[in-house]
Each structure stands twice: as C-alpha cells, then as structure tokens.
Ligand binder design. Structure first.
Ligand SMILES: [Zn+2]
Length: 180
C-alpha cells in the first residue's frame, strides 16, 4: 500500500480491527520511509459486470441516479429512492455471488420500482427489457392492471430481499436478453 504522504510503496500494519459489524477491516499502517501513519479499509467488493464485460463495484448511488431519471416529474421523494436502492442491494447480496451481471441489477430494481410508481416503472422497464414496440408497453400495462385487480400491490412488507422480481418477471428475462 503506497504511502499517501511520500508515496513510498512499503508500509507496516500497526493495528487491525473490524469495522461496520464485521463487514470491513480497518488497518492502521505506518510508512516505512517517512514514518507517518495512515488508515486503510478493506471490504469485500460486490462487482457488477457490464455487457461490455467491464466490472465495476456495485453502487447504491448509481441505482438511485438511474431510477431518479425514470422518476422525473413523478411524486417520488429521495427517501423512497434511497430505500429502493437499499432493497436492490439486499436482493443482489442475497444472490450470493461476488459478480452480478448489470442486467440482474436492473431486474432487481423493477419489483420495488413497480410498487413505488407505475409510470416510472414503465419508463425503466422499457429500457431494461428492451421494449421495442407499443405491444410491449400494452402487455406490461395489462400486467399492471391485472396485479392491481388482484390486490397485488401491498407486498412490500415481507418481500424485501426476496424476489417479487423473480416471481413476477422470470418469464420476461429471455426476451430482455435477446438483444445481447
Ligand atoms: Zn511515507
């Protein structure tokens, strides 16, 4: 680990302790050249694999930005977006793999977004599922109507971390990936 003060590339660990309830390890280091001390944090990375094959760390902020775009002009407050991003992260982590395709992140967003705002959901879904014609929208809207009729809108209490996404949308996955 390179020293942030003199850029010497050797340092000695003088202290290690758990942080964030064991999610991370914080190390106190001492530069072996200038002797100054600095801290590093080590945590497991949840990587998102983009279509191009490039990986990047999962970011709740990025989820919020993406969803906020779909929510423009809609009555959705920032707290709800933050909560949605948290749920998405839980879903992704529950999948138990270290590398998640970006498409799956999009799919994990759809369920909670549908509960939050149907118009934003349609906008988002049209991008993530590659809607290519009006019929795609019609089918999705028919689904929303059917769900509303069945009273299938109050599932937000105990479905967090599970997959309302998987249950309702599994059949649509192949279509969404056809463009790959
Ligand atoms: Zn140094």
């Amino acid at each position: 680990m390179r020293c942030p003060f003199c850029r010497h590339n050797d340092s000695r660990v003088v202290d290690s302790r758990e942080a964030d309830e064991g999610q991370a390890i914080r190390r106190r280091r001492s530069c072996s050249s200038c002797g100054k001390r600095f801290t590093t944090v080590e945590e497991p990375v949840l990587a998102v694999v983009k279509r191009s094959g490039v990986t990047e760390p999962f970011s709740r902020e990025k989820v919020v930005r993406g969803v906020a775009r779909a929510c423009q002009g809609r009555p959705v407050d920032p707290d709800a977006l933050a909560q949605l991003a948290h749920r998405v992260e839980e879903t992704i982590r529950a999948a138990g793999t270290a590398e998640v395709p970006s498409q799956e992140v999009g799919m994990a967003i759809l369920g909670p977004l549908r509960e939050l705002d149907e118009v934003a959901y349609l906008r988002f879904a049209s991008v993530y599922r590659n809607f290519s014609c009006v019929a795609d929208f019609e089918a999705e809207i028919a689904d929303l109507r059917a769900a509303a009729r069945d009273g299938d809108v109050g599932g937000r209490v105990d479905t967090a971390g599970e997959t309302p996404v998987g249950a309702a949308d599994a059949r649509d996955v192949p279509a969404a990936r056809a463009g790959d």
